[in-house]
Design a protein around this ligand. Sequence first.
Ligand SMILES: C[S@@+](CC[C@H](N)C(=O)[O-])C[C@H]1O[C@@H](n2cnc3c(N)ncnc32)[C@H](O)[C@@H]1O
Length: 239
Amino acid sequence: MSKKSHDYGRFASNYSELGLENTYYLAFRDIPSLLETYTQGLVTLDHGCGAGRSSRFLQSLGYTVTGADMSLDMLQQARSRDPDGRYEQLHSSSLPFDDATFDLVFQSCVAEEIPGIALMNEIFSEISRVLKRSGVVVVVTRDGAIGSGEWSSFVITEPEDGLRSGGQVKLFIREKNITLLDYVWFHSDFESVFDKSGLKILERHQPIATGEEPYHWYQELDKSFWNIYVLRKVADSTM
Ligand SMILES: C[S@@+](CC[C@H](N)C(=O)[O-])C[C@H]1O[C@@H](n2cnc3c(N)ncnc32)[C@H](O)[C@@H]1O
């Protein structure tokens, strides 16, 4: 059973008001230092830019960002918040960019919306194709191994038969009263997809709260909600 997971026609306006607080804060807290460590250029694709929150964040770090997304509703929000920004609509997993265009391909909170491994392979092969040989990919995604429980930004409810790769969990976003169905992808799924796409993992980072942040934490002090993957093209990749 797989239900329509993300109805952005309904939620785009609400979603566009989400900031980088609470559990979302941890998704982005360590991105500046990871980018400083690994990137060698500024030309960036924000794949699945949504309402542009991640694109504006990358711009604030000095990157030259093209946001791309399949949802016109989300792109309209992105464009209205950032009229000078560059945002493009995608119509499939194919990316309308030449080979080796980008120094950085960034993707946040998108992989958990991709409904199948075959599609995931297509998307990451395209990402690998448009990445320069010296480029890096950064993927921020909910850790699929996380089951039912409360987080500062979220309440997760897993299905009665538990978590399985490609299954769905219910994700309630407290700040905006939005309920979504997210797909479950485990670390082993990502390893296989990246491998097939000609990408190798340089680092898997799992941000934990320190307790110094101005937020009320649930499990964030002990456990990471997020997996952040830093990837590079494998040297002999023809993609
Ligand atoms: C949860 S939003 C995240 C937006 C933004 N990256 C952020 O962190 O705020 C996920 C976005 O991914 C987009 N998306 C989902 N599947 C996609 C795909 N196959 N290609 C491009 N965008 C996709 C959705 O339309 C949605 O706007």
